[in-house]
Write a protein that binds this ligand. Structure first.
Ligand code: ATP
Length: 134
């Protein structure tokens, strides 16, 4: 039931399902450098949001932006793993397309997150420093 098991059959309990899901999250964090970078940026956005005392609507947008990037990273990693499983170290045009499109999805999600971040944080920062200047 741990990280190094060689189970092939279906999970027998909810706990076993959760342990394997957590193992997937651990694998994502420990093996995907870009995912770790996105996590650090998400943490910085959360800390900045706490400092700026964002409204609930602003928090909803920031949360959505963070989760869109996380989901895109998860799908990208799944695609990379499946492609590697199928083609191994052989060059393949379809493999390249699948990996490039998956990476493109992460890029689009990251651009969305940057736009949301700018729309929320720039006016908040301007207001913060304006009030501080009085
Ligand atoms: N089997 C293959 N056939 C053709 N092109 C490939 C293959 N494997 C990788 N590539 C090309 O190399 C790029 C990098 O692939 P790789 O699997 O190393 O992803 P990565 O560096 O982990 O990507 P990311 O930066 O999204 O984490 C792919 O986007 C693709 O263009």
């Amino acid at each position: 039931m741990g990280l190094n098991d060689k189970q092939l059959n279906k999970n027998k309990s909810f706990l076993q399902s959760v342990i394997h899901a957590l193992s997937g999250v651990y694998s994502l964090i420990s093996t995907e450098r870009n995912f770790r970078k996105h996590l650090v940026m998400a943490l910085m956005a959360i800390l900045l949001g706490i400092w700026l005392d964002l409204s609930i609507t602003e928090w909803l947008w920031i949360t959505l932006a963070i989760f869109v990037v996380v989901v895109a990273e998860v799908l990208n990693t799944v695609v990379e793993s499946i492609v590697d499983l199928i083609v191994g170290h052989h060059y393949d045009k379809s493999a390249k397309k699948a990996k490039d499109v998956a990476a493109g999805g992460v890029l689009i999600a990251a651009i969305f997150a940057v736009i949301i971040g700018c729309l929320i944080f720039i006016p908040e920062l301007i207001q913060q420093f304006h009030i501080g200047g009085n």
